[in-house]
Design a protein around this ligand. Sequence first.
Ligand SMILES: [Zn+2]
Length: 117
Amino acid sequence: MFNTGCRCEKPTKFLRMEADFSSDPIWCDICSSNLDLPTLPLSFELKNELMKWILEYGKWLDLNTDKLVNRAFELQREHNEWGLRLFLKVESELGNQYCIRFSPSTSVETYIQRDLF
Ligand SMILES: [Zn+2]
């Protein structure tokens, strides 16, 4: 089994795909270590697509004003749909030696909640 290089004592097969700022897209789902994308057993093309996806993460947030931009909901939804399409490719390339789940972004909801109070 591929060594994830995470903080778990034993090699784990439980992974999570989730976008965040300045992070690679695949995480250990047990200890939440961010895994090094180049070392994962995925095709070069898919790694490239995943990095494009990661770079588009959060374009619904205006980091200067710490507010949501116009169409934030739609932008986040489109990004999550794109992520889900990539996730299906990741899942098929990893095969059944791993158990990976997709965790869509909910930062728009977090911002809306925050601004209610
Ligand atoms: Zn781990």
